[in-house]
Design a protein around this ligand. Sequence first.
Ligand SMILES: Nc1ncnc2c1ncn2[C@@H]1O[C@H](COP(=O)(O)OP(=O)(O)OP(=O)(O)O)[C@@H](O)[C@H]1O
Ligand SMILES: [Mg+2]
Length: 466
Amino acid sequence: MARPDLSGLSLLIAGGGPDAFAAVEDAFQEYGGVVFRISVLGDAIEFAARRAVDVVLADAALFDRTTVELIDSLTANSVVYLATDGSAGDAAEFFTPGVEDYIHKQIDPRRFIQMVVTRLVRQHGGSTALTVTDPLISKLRPYFLFRSPAMRQALLSLPSIAASNQTVLISGETGTGKEIVARAIHVLSKRQSGPFMAVNCGAIPEGLIEGELFGHEKGAFTGASKTRKGKFEATNNGTLFLDEIGDMPLLLQVRLLRVLEERHIYRVGGERPIPINVRVITASRVGLKQAVADGLFRDDLYYRLNILRIHLPPLRERIEDIPYLAFHFLGRALAEMGVEPPYPPLSPASIDLIEGLQWKGNVRELRNVMTRVATVLPHGIKQVLPIHVSPHLEDTEPQPHCLQKHEESGNGIFIPIGTPLDEAEGQIIKETLKHTGNNRTQTAKILKIGIRTLRRKLSESGQIDP
Ligand SMILES: Nc1ncnc2c1ncn2[C@@H]1O[C@H](COP(=O)(O)OP(=O)(O)OP(=O)(O)O)[C@@H](O)[C@H]1O
Ligand SMILES: [Mg+2]
């Protein structure tokens, strides 16, 4: 194979003794990756989630029937390989869901790296080279976290956008991270040592925005007792982030366009052009194009701002990020409360629960919920269970998609009155399995139960092989 590039990727070796997997460790590092070693299972899980480890290679001997649930919290965030010595075949079979693969402890390191590369390239949509995406993710950490293919896709051009000097338009629902992306562009750009400022055009009264942006001369209006610089001057050689640009009054839109074209400003009441070197990044929650169509936003400004574009998908369209961010925010809140790590992972059922919600407030809402969860979390618990999470969800509606699909397809089953409950349950499971083409993960999700609960119910009912 061509020499793999693992730069930006991390591998956690969990258990196996101090010298185990030494050849894999050497090879991973030789190709540019970073390797961590942790011998205790709980510490490894906590570490993998907090550091966003890409790959975990764990000694299968770390897991037994009592710890098996913990695999789920690892697989939520990382690609997990379990290493066995060949004798643990039965135990290994027991762990199956979520584990990427089982490998022999003496695996040829080149083969292992090949597996990792193949797996991660697939995750990146097949066509994307690892070298393009993963350094991006590591550059953005720790303040911007994601692992979903949808976000990788959305941010793929971020480094080249940052390197250019053009205006950028960032769109996305509330709480999707528009401001963080604007800051990331600034930090990754040549202007990083210059100032960054955000102005929320929607929050400033119409009459004041002009002065806020361009400043004013002494005596420009009653009360203007001294000259004041505006945000454009204050961010000279830096980046000015104009949030909610759609709320900018039409008259001011004309002025902004002129400033972008001519690269100088006039203070309110001033006649002298003041040259400025500012990169403008704008953001909008609403579709600006629609605002243009409605005559509320100037089309010439729209085209000027829309040169480079980043659209952030809502959280419900990047479900892979939900457990990852949730654990991150939980850990952060607990750390702020002075609680010592390791922090309890979310149980599979809790993950199912939060993955199934709408998150209209997106990442901000998830962060607030997890902060509330952390505040009242009982000490010493092993996992965060749905009973710890659900009381904080009152405003969060479940995703309607399952229901909708159901209505659309007209799928359903008839259960006559008098059917014993366990039998009815069995039928529902059976039909849902049929509906998903025997996909157990999806079935569990639709039924809002953990995959392990599903397996247990299947084996208990005896109707279907576990
Ligand atoms: N990918 C992410 N990783 C970590 N934190 C995030 C991420 N996305 C958003 N956040 C956090 O969520 C909150 C909301 O993000 P931000 O303010 O950037 O959203 P926004 O799109 O500008 O929202 P609004 O439209 O309401 O202004 C912030 O506290 C931010 O730190
Ligand atoms: Mg914002």
